[in-house]
Design a protein around this ligand. Structure first.
Ligand SMILES: [Zn+2]
Ligand SMILES: [Zn+2]
Length: 209
């Protein structure tokens, strides 16, 4: 699969366009906003977007979902049901973070640990990683050794847990018991900042050593 990151919103959230080279079928992961930029990337790559995938329902990741889904008739897969309260509170999130108004939405498919999400010939394994939010999921492509981890872990840092229903210990457990066992060579695209590998974080991330 191919992966192209498009930083969106004032939070510079890494919306990621993923696509299968064989079929050109694509998914947009975490369309937080700036839909013009996202759709420009889609056109540049000449791919056929068939779904929206969400790691979690914070506004910088999910704020553009309702509009993108409605305008382009795209089904929404994810996050885990634990993030329903964040989705229902989308307009409060807008005022809380000074975003332009965005609508709430209903995912076509809630995801659970062990589920699979297909994009063309590619398959992502769903790993439920609560802590930053209760319904946070990670999308892992074993063949590519690539994970889209949202705000679970960053290069040199980890997700915040001071939001409602955040849980620091749960986040640490998610990282150590569910992500690190995938292997040191696995590369990841975080919700913010540069790519890294699990091996680099196992060795040097001060929050999970
Ligand atoms: Zn977040
Ligand atoms: Zn974020």
């Amino acid at each position: 699969m191919k992966y192209r990151t498009i930083p969106v919103t004032p939070f510079q959230q890494n919306c990621t366009l993923v696509w299968c080279e064989h079929t050109k079928k694509a998914a947009i992961v975490d369309p937080g906003g700036d839909l013009d930029q996202i759709l420009a990337a889609v056109e540049e790559e000449g791919v056929l977007v068939e779904k929206i995938m969400l790691t979690h329902a914070h506004i910088d990741h999910a704020g553009g979902t309702a509009e993108l889904s409605a305008k382009n008739s795209l089904p929404i897969e994810g996050p885990h049901k634990g993030d329903l309260f964040w989705i229902e509170g989308m307009s409060q999130q807008c005022s809380m973070f000074n975003f332009p108004h965005c609508d709430s939405f209903t995912p076509d498919r809630w995801l659970d640990d062990g589920d699979e999400v297909k994009v063309g010939d590619g398959v992502f394994q769903v790993i439920h990683c609560p802590g930053h939010t209760p319904g946070h999921v990670v999308f892992y492509n074993e063949k590519d050794q690539m994970a889209l981890v949202g705000d679970v872990i960053f290069h040199g840092s980890i997700g915040r847990t001071d939001f409602p229903k955040g849980n620091h210990q749960e986040l640490i457990d998610s990282i150590k018991m569910k992500l690190f066992p995938l292997g040191e060579s696995v590369e990841f695209i975080p919700g913010h900042g540069p790519r890294s590998t699990l091996g680099v974080e196992i060795k040097s991330n001060p929050y999970v050593r």
